[in-house]
Design a protein around this ligand. Structure first.
Ligand code: C5P
Length: 398
């Protein structure tokens, strides 16, 4: 099961002069593979790095470089070429091009198309780290943010010039993800959503702990999908090695008790609470202040006490937000999940087999609500997360 949110989407891809221009060819290939309708406009400088013929072959359409091109019927290329487009994406966007945009300059086809546009504009900046960090560039970035221009990247890493740092163009696959996010329906605009994700760690001593196997990937996908759907998202996260999804505000916690405190602060004023975290059911009653020593062949006992059930607490608030629970079961999936939904008193529960989702990129989910079962099937976690949020939006409306 793979959905293609870019199928048929009308995108104008602008390419400006920088070594990353060669990656625009790959971007066009990926966009075409997703079924997008891509029209390419290049600056003169971009054509020094990659030829219009390459882009024409990949996009399967004429490539535009000249403000005075007579191919547009009424000679209004600077307006016509963007009018049927849903977004202009400039990748790579050079420092010089961003400076022009920030000041409303329009001295070539692409800058004129941007100035005359009616659709949103997204930039994937690409430049040397010093150019990116230069206060002049940062002033321009701030001005463009103010003007509601969207950004994909830049990324950090090795640069073509031999230096290292922020300024690399985002990988084409990541830019594709940003576009997919842009095209998601904003069904949850104006809603505040709190998501918990990842495991919790319960200390035994300063270097040992009890924890659950959880990569946090499902919870992070849910946070990302909620943000894509237009919600204001707070992600309360246990210790995981994942980047924060764009536009999401993240609160890092370690123990279940810390997660509970963070949730108490944010969940009372939210519209939806989605509990994806694999919270440890128990914590060590008296964790040792010093590293425990081996007891020469004798058994070691740890006394455990129960952690609070965060989801059940939120669901029982007098003005509880709409609560969604996750149940990872190792057997009798539906039976256990149904019992859990009733016990925790949540309107919606997402059930999956632990062995299906653990650590990987894919999962298989069945939703349970008052109407019964809804099988979301198997697929990438982000696609399941989008379906889950769509279901939530439908229930909120109902
Ligand atoms: O009871 P169980 O851990 O299987 O329930 C899973 C659901 O309850 C998940 O949504 C999980 O995030 C939540 N939970 C919680 N606090 C706990 C234990 C589980 O919020 N202490």
């Amino acid at each position: 099961m793979t959905t293609t949110p870019l199928k048929g989407r009308k995108i104008l891809l602008g390419i400006t002069g920088g070594i990353a221009a060669y990656k625009a060819a790959e971007l066009v290939r990926l966009l075409k593979k997703e079924g997008a309708d891509v029209r390419v406009a290049m600056t003169e400088a971009a054509a020094h790095f990659v030829t219009p013929v390459t882009l024409q072959a990949l996009s399967g359409a004429a490539v535009w470089t000249d403000l005075w091109d007579s191919r547009v019927a009424d000679g209004m290329g600077h307006i016509e070429l963007s009018r049927d487009r849903e977004i202009i994406l400039v990748a790579p966007a050079s420092a010089d091009f961003m400076a022009k945009l920030a000041h409303g300059l329009a001295d070539d086809l692409l800058s004129t198309l941007c100035l005359a546009r009616r659709c949103p504009l997204m930039l994937a900046p690409a430049m040397n780290v010093e150019m990116w960090q230069n206060p002049a560039t940062q002033r321009n970035v701030a001005a463009l943010y103010e003007d509601d221009v969207l950004f994909a990247g830049p990324a950090a890493g090795d640069q073509a010039c031999g230096e290292t740092g922020l300024g690399r163009m985002e990988d084409p696959a990541d830019i594709l993800e940003e576009l997919e996010a842009f095209f998601q329906p904003k069904r949850l605009a104006g809603k505040r959503i709190v998501v918990t994700a990842g495991p919790t760690e319960e200390p035994v001593d300063p270097v040992r702990m009890l924890t659950n196997a959880s990569s946090g990937k499902m919870g992070y996908a849910v946070a990302r999908a909620a943000r894509e759907a237009g919600a204001e998202v707070t992600l309360v996260s246990g210790p995981v090695a994942l980047p924060t999804p764009p536009g999401v505000s993240r609160v890092n916690v370690r123990t279940a008790a810390e997660m509970f405190e963070a949730v108490k602060k944010s969940a009372k004023s939210c519209d939806v609470f989605i509990s994806v975290a694999a919270v440890a059911d128990y914590r060590v009653k008296n964790p040792s202040g010093q590293k425990l020593k081996k007891a020469n062949g004798k058994d070691l006992s740890l006394q455990l006490e129960e952690n609070p059930d965060i989801l059940a607490w939120v669901a029982s608030l007098p003005k509880a937000p709409f609560c969604v629970g996750f149940a990872a079961e190792s057997e009798k999936l539906l039976q256990n999940a149904k019992e859990k939904r009733a016990r925790k008193k949540v309107p919606l529960l997402a059930a999956n087999l632990a062995q299906d989702g653990l650590g990987g990129e894919d999962n298989a989910i069945v939703l349970l609500d008052e109407r019964g079962e809804h099988d979301l099937g198997r697929g990438p976690k982000i696609e399941l997360a989008r379906k889950l949020l769509e279901h939530v939006a439908g229930m909120l409306k109902g």
